[in-house]
Design a protein around this ligand. Structure first.
Ligand SMILES: [Zn+2]
Length: 353
């Protein structure tokens, strides 16, 4: 899966917003924001599913009377049999997600996550009779264990022996009830994202031959380097600041590019975060970025980097507009027969004179 919901940040509300999961999809309208006009467009074009980047519903609704545009959208969607699904910070944080797409548009290379996700990985150690080790390893990898960067099927295996004495009522795979047994075993160590723990344990128990498999799961303090906020990469050849800023304006069709004072040096290392990413500018500076690009930043943030790093702000909508292309590709890949349309509407609430 490209951007599983557990990758979303704690404040977020990504996922199904409105509608039914068992309705057959007639077409999908892709957008950044859900508005009443977007729902009208979906209905007119025969799409009964809207996939948006920003969740329609952020705060819990206590009533649905049509008093706010969110309530009116919910009513209109339900009346017209339109479901709404939002992929927000889960696709921001995903490898190949929103920020990788922005980096691609700017021609960055060697792109890496700027602020990796913390407290998101687990270590699994399981003790397996030697003859069954291969089958258990394969099942763990198939369930999603052992992925480190661009490597898969990562594990460490140590041979030893286990001891156990089966008690009354036990049905031991080897040895016999009431006597101490020694068995040649392999301890398999591997890593997994915390959110897949349930399915990994299920896969493990399904394939492990013991009646009571012994396994340990530990929380890891390692950062999850392939998942997180923002990205950093390099230009294939250095650019002068002004031409690079002009290129940004062009690529994103930005109404304006607000930036800190030019530093009089070339731009090579570029960090960026779509949307309201001002708070990650410090991480960009620490990572040695010459320029940090984001959708929104606070006035006082801009002071902090003056003279140290060029900071460019291009608008929230402008920075995330290519997310709709990612949606289109994901759906084409996962459900090739499903019709998708990128909205013809610009839902940016900010206009420029
Ligand atoms: Zn956003």
């Amino acid at each position: 899966m490209f951007a599983p919901l557990p990758l979303q940040d704690g404040f977020d509300n990504a996922g199904l917003q409105v509608g039914l999961t068992d309705a057959e999809v007639t077409g999908v309208l892709l957008c950044l924001d859900v508005t009443e006009e977007i729902i009208d467009e979906a209905v007119a074009s025969g799409c009964n599913l809207i996939v948006s980047h920003h969740p329609l519903i952020f705060s819990p609704l206590k009533k649905i009377t049509g008093a706010t545009y969110v309530e009116r959208c919910v009513i209109k969607a339900l009346q017209n049999g339109v479901s709404i699904y939002s992929a927000h910070t889960n696709i921001d944080n995903a490898p190949g997600g929103v920020n990788y797409r922005i980096a691609k548009k700017l021609g960055l290379q060697n792109v890496k996550i700027l602020v990796p996700k913390e407290e998101a990985l687990l270590k699994l150690s399981v003790y397996v009779p030697t003859a069954a080790a291969e089958a258990v390893r394969s099942a763990l990898f198939a369930a999603g264990c052992g992925k480190i960067g661009n490597y898969g099927s990562c594990s460490y295996n140590v041979s030893g022996y286990g001891t156990f004495e089966a008690g009354a009522g036990a049905h031991p795979f080897c040895g016999s009830v009431g006597s101490l047994h020694k068995e040649e075993e392999v301890r398999i160590d591997t890593v997994m994202p915390a959110y897949i723990k349930g399915r990994v344990v299920k896969a493990l128990l399904a394939v492990h031959p013991y009646e009571e498999p012994a396994y340990d799961i530990y929380p890891l303090k390692n950062s999850w380097e392939s998942v997180g906020a923002g990205v950093i990469g390099e230009l294939s050849s250095p650019a002068d600041e002004l031409s690079f800023l002009k290129n940004i304006k062009e690529v994103f069709g930005a109404g304006s590019v607000r930036h800190t004072a030019l530093l009089g040096k070339e731009v090579r290392r570029v960090a960026l975060c779509g949307g309201a990413g001002g708070s990650f500018a410090q991480a960009a500076l620490a990572a040695g970025a010459d320029l940090y690009l984001t959708g929104e930043a606070r006035y006082h943030d801009l002071f902090s980097y003056d003279g140290k790093m060029l900071l460019a702000v291009i608008g929230h909508y402008e920075s995330e507009q290519f997310t709709m292309e990612i949606f289109k590709e994901i759906i084409a890949d996962a459900c090739p027969g499903v019709r998708t349309e990128i909205t013809s509407r610009n839902t940016n609430p900010i206009h420029y004179l």
